[in-house]
Design a protein around this ligand. Structure first.
Ligand SMILES: Nc1ncnc2c1ncn2[C@@H]1O[C@H](COP(=O)(O)OP(=O)(O)OP(=O)(O)O)[C@@H](O)[C@H]1O
Ligand SMILES: [Mg+2]
Length: 363
């Protein structure tokens, strides 16, 4: 079999789950290669955990199929039980067994001799930097250390697939970054296909080779973090990752007129309302010189004037809000921290036109 014919490690096709007539997972399809990390990202209640539960086998889909390495694991008739799916699980409320030592916790799922269990536990604990705790009990460990033991336990049976549901949300920020990176290294090394659920965009960007953005039970966009961030499918996808600014306008002759000049709206019918959407980081600011601003350019387009309404120092940058002269709309800009304009200062705003997106206002 040539490389191009190797089936994905995990492939789900058109998974559907309904509860009381409500469709909470709506034709979700994903495929994940060995060693690939995919993040299922979306707001609370969009169906992330339900999707994971079906893959794990603790819930069964109403429609759709699940394959592992090309073999059917579950459809609506045939169903391999959870314990035979070679799937590792790591959830937010991971619980170590309090009456077992750390080593016993790690080797719990193994069906090997006592000495082999100990060897595996030692190797994995060493990998997460906790070999010296092998004979300690969970209550001796900090939250972050317990998390690493839980990871070692999930990895011990060498699962082909690792499903993780907000596994880091119980940890404080400082601890989290280190554990995320360490977890990622370990999973990549093991070649498992990883599906990680989160509702935090930063976590998804940090962890994922690919992000599947989910909303109301559906995957609305899927791709590398860079592409999802820089080529959002719609306004909602864009707003999920950052603050946005929106200019509402109407299309005439495939163009739409704004105080910042014209934008192209190819293929959009005359009279249709559109939103020109851009991030605060793509707004440039310039001083007012006797009522005049910078000259229009191809990249920055036409400047528009506003007055500083609020300016907040945020550390590496400042967030500045402007009340625009033309319609009193509030627009936000982020600027490097060295500059913090005073409230009431008139300034000229320009947009990075290549970072503006035109979306239908009422999709
Ligand atoms: N067993 C069930 N019976 C009825 N409704 C359910 C059941 N399980 C989940 N739901 C509903 O399905 C929807 C999706 O739930 P799910 O737990 O998958 O969301 P989620 O994306 O994981 O959210 P969160 O980020 O809050 O964990 C919710 O509205 C939930 O109430
Ligand atoms: Mg959930």
């Amino acid at each position: 079999m040539s490389a191009s014919h190797v089936p994905p490690r995990l492939e789900i096709r058109n998974l559907v789950r309904r509860f009381d007539g409500q469709t909470v997972v709506d034709h979700v399809s994903l495929s994940i290669a060995p060693g690939q990390v995919t993040c299922l990202l979306g707001p609370s209640g969009c169906g992330k955990s339900t999707t994971l539960r079906m893959i794990a086998g603790v819930d069964t889909q109403d429609e759709g199929t699940i394959h592992v390495d090309g073999s059917l694991v579950c459809d609506t008739v045939f169903r391999i039980p959870p314990e035979r799916r070679s799937i590792g699980l790591m959830f937010q409320d991971f619980a170590l067994f309090p009456h077992m030592s750390v080593g016993e916790n790690v080797s719990f799922g193994l069906r090997t001799s006592a000495s082999e269990k100990r060897a595996t536990a030692t190797r994995l604990l060493d990998r997460v930097g906790l070999a010296h705790y092998i004979d300690f009990y969970p209550h001796h460990l900090s939250g972050g250390e317990q998390q690493r033991v839980a990871l070692a336990r999930a990895m011990a049976p060498e699962p082909k697939i690792m499903l993780m549901d907000e596994p880091f949300s119980g940890l404080d920020n400082r601890l989290r970054d280190g554990i995320r990176d360490e977890t990622l290294d370990l999973l990549k090394e093991a070649g498992a296909a990883v599906l990680l659920v989160t509702h935090e965009p930063e976590e998804a960007m940090r962890m994922a080779d690919e992000i599947a953005l989910m909303r109301d039970g559906r995957i609305v966009q899927q791709g590398a973090p860079y592409n999802i961030f820089n080529a959002p499918a719609d306004k909602g996808a864009m707003a999920f990752f950052s603050d946005i600014n929106v200019l509402r306008s109407r299309v005439q002759g495939a163009l739409t007129e704004t105080p910042f000049g014209q934008f192209m709206a190819p293929g959009v019918a005359d009279g249709t309302e559109v939103d020109i959407v851009f991030r605060p980081q793509h707004v440039g600011i310039d001083f007012d010189r006797g009522g005049k601003g910078p000259h229009p350019t191809v990249i920055a387009g036409t400047p528009a004037r506003g007055v500083v309404r609020r300016a907040r120092f945020m550390g590496s940058e400042s967030l500045v809000e402007f009340l625009m002269d033309h319609d009193q709309q509030v627009l936000k800009a982020t600027v490097p921290n060295v500059f913090l304009p005073k409230v009431g200062t008139p300034m000229w705003l320009t947009l990075r036109r290549d970072r503006c997106f035109v979306f239908p206002a009422n999709p």
